[in-house]
Design a protein around this ligand. Structure first.
Ligand code: MG
Length: 379
């Protein structure tokens, strides 16, 4: 039996991971963690009977422990303990944001395989995670595609990676993005996902973060990673080889495929994912993105190239800005403004350790929050 711990089990990736595990044989849910959705976690405990659950606060931990007669832990310490638990074989990290970094690092240091859905961990602390690259199984459709294409290939034959982007709900319309509503931003044309990543897809920050993610996962230079808009989300990414050939990975847009691939690597087994019906597909199109309409992508690439603590500052500013947009406190177009101002002001730390990254994260959050307050007063 392969014991799986899912950090962030009640979110979109977490719940789909449970579906995949139910479908696979030889896998067992050993531990679950949730941040806020205690009712959802309670349902999951009933369904899959884990050995241990971790929640954010002591009271919820105690209540769940009494109700289900189960081992519980709480807070960051509890999360780190589950990540390194000797009984765990695979840790699925699906925690939103910078909070994913510490448990990811802990799991890797403990020798676990990490199925990593939280790209923010690689964005903020890629240089800390990169030495453990061989233990990381990406759960991000683009990176899962690249991983599949690159498997067994000589890196010297690779010219570049081409990440596809759907372009989100605002690819063409409306002309003026400053007045779009939260509801409009959350209507992604091809993927059903959590709130943070859906807004990131609408600003194209998600694709910028994915460039940094690809840089660390596949040891590619920033000049070797391209982005192409592909609104149908059928081609999940491509690799261009030095002879001019391009290999693409295609599948229906269903995260259970990258999740299963991460859990079962290097094996490929039958999945729950429906098959592509090629003859009835829409026309597949590819085009360049508009950097003026979507400034976040370029901000992320700049932060990635700068390196050190800069991507952590970018990520923190973006998390605050996106949350503030979701709360109705700032406009959609303010997200890029806030991120730009925070990274312009950031005091760069070269080669930061985890504590220095946490400090950079905290400082960038505070700067971003004060900008949100200023904007809120103006608006
Ligand atoms: Mg993706």
């Amino acid at each position: 039996m392969i014991n799986v711990a899912i950090l962030g089990s009640t979110g979109s990736i977490g719940t789909q991971t449970l579906q995949v595990i139910q479908h696979l044989t030889g896998y067992r849910v050993y531990g679950l963690s949730a941040y806020r959705d205690i009712a959802g976690l309670a349902r999951q405990i009933k369904n899959c009977q884990p050995q241990i659950v971790v929640v954010s606060d002591r009271d919820s931990a105690r209540q769940l422990g009494n109700r289900f007669n189960i081992k519980t832990a709480h807070g960051e310490a509890g999360l780190l303990e589950l990540a390194a638990d000797p009984n765990v074989d695979i840790v699925v990290v699906a925690v939103v944001g910078f909070a994913a970094l510490a448990p990811t690092l802990r799991a890797l240091q403990a020798g676990k395989k990490v199925a990593l859905a939280s790209k923010e961990a690689l964005v903020a602390g890629g240089h800390l995670l990169a030495p453990y690259r061989s233990q990381i199984m990406p759960i991000d459709s683009e990176h899962s595609a690249l991983w599949q294409i690159l498997d067994g290939k000589n890196s010297e034959t690779v010219e570049s990676a081409i990440l596809t982007a759907s372009g989100g709900p605002f690819l063409y319309e409306p002309k003026d993005l400053s007045r779009v509503t939260v509801e409009q931003a959350l209507k992604h044309p091809t993927w059903q996902m959590g709130g943070k990543i859906t807004v990131d897809s609408a600003t194209l920050m998600n694709k910028g973060l994915e460039i940094i993610e690809a840089h660390w996962l596949f040891s590619l230079g920033y000049d070797q990673i391209d982005v192409v808009i592909h609104p149908q989300s059928i081609v999940h990414s491509m690799v261009r080889f030095v002879d001019g050939s391009v290999l693409a990975q295609m599948a229906v847009a269903d995260m259970r495929l990258p999740i299963q691939r991460a859990l079962t690597y290097p094996k490929i087994g039958k999945s729950l994912v429906s098959r592509l019906d090629l003859a009835s597909l829409p026309e597949l199109t590819f085009m360049r993105y508009n950097p003026e309409r979507f400034p976040c992508l370029e901000l992320a690439v700049t932060a990635g190239k700068t390196g050190g603590s800069m991507p952590a500052a970018l990520n923190a500013a973006n998390e605050v800005a996106v949350n503030s947009f979701l709360e109705g406190r700032v406009a959609f177009t303010d997200i890029a403004e806030i991120v730009k101002e925070v990274i312009d002001k950031h005091q760069l730390v070269l080669d930061p350790d985890l504590a220095q990254l946490a400090a950079a994260d905290e400082h960038a959050r505070a700067t971003a929050l004060s900008l949100v307050e200023q904007l809120g007063r103006k608006g």
